[in-house]
Unconditional design. Sequence first.
Length: 151
Amino acid sequence: MSKRKLKVSAIKEGTVIDHIPANQLFKVISILGLDKVSNQITFGTNLESSKLNHKAIIKVSGKYFEDDEINKIALIAPAAKLNIIKDYEVIEKKVVDVPDEIVGIAKCFNPKCITNNEPVTTRFTVVSKDNIALKCHYCEKITSEEHLKIT
Ligand code: CTP
Ligand code: ZN
């Protein structure tokens, strides 16, 4: 393969989150709270990728995420790859894991659930990770991937 050009400039220090489905880019930004930080952030979307037809990439300068922070995006970007950059070099690559428990982020599928009627933060146990299924801590109903809505 020919040496490709970087479509989004290289960063000196920080984290590159690659292989995000293009349609989830802004949700990933919001889940990671990147709309509220002062770090330099660059992103690109609808880039060509062999794995996903349309992928997005986010580069956050000067930030290294904790595993439980980054794993929150696994629900919507399970194929995401993290590249830890120090002095322009990729020093580590990580994948994301779906956590065992999800607090906030997802909506319960049950319209009668307390979380849909009172200001209560959602809370789920992940009962399946391949085809995501979340069991609500409050109403015990299962929200499956097809019905998954991100708050
Ligand atoms: N990157 C960056 N700044 C750097 C080094 C790398 O923004 N100083 C980005 C690259 O643009 C790429 C990602 O980090 O999107 C991973 O870099 P690298 O491992 O060099 O690229 P690939 O070999 O293409 O990795 P992969 O196949 O895992 O995507
Ligand atoms: Zn519920």
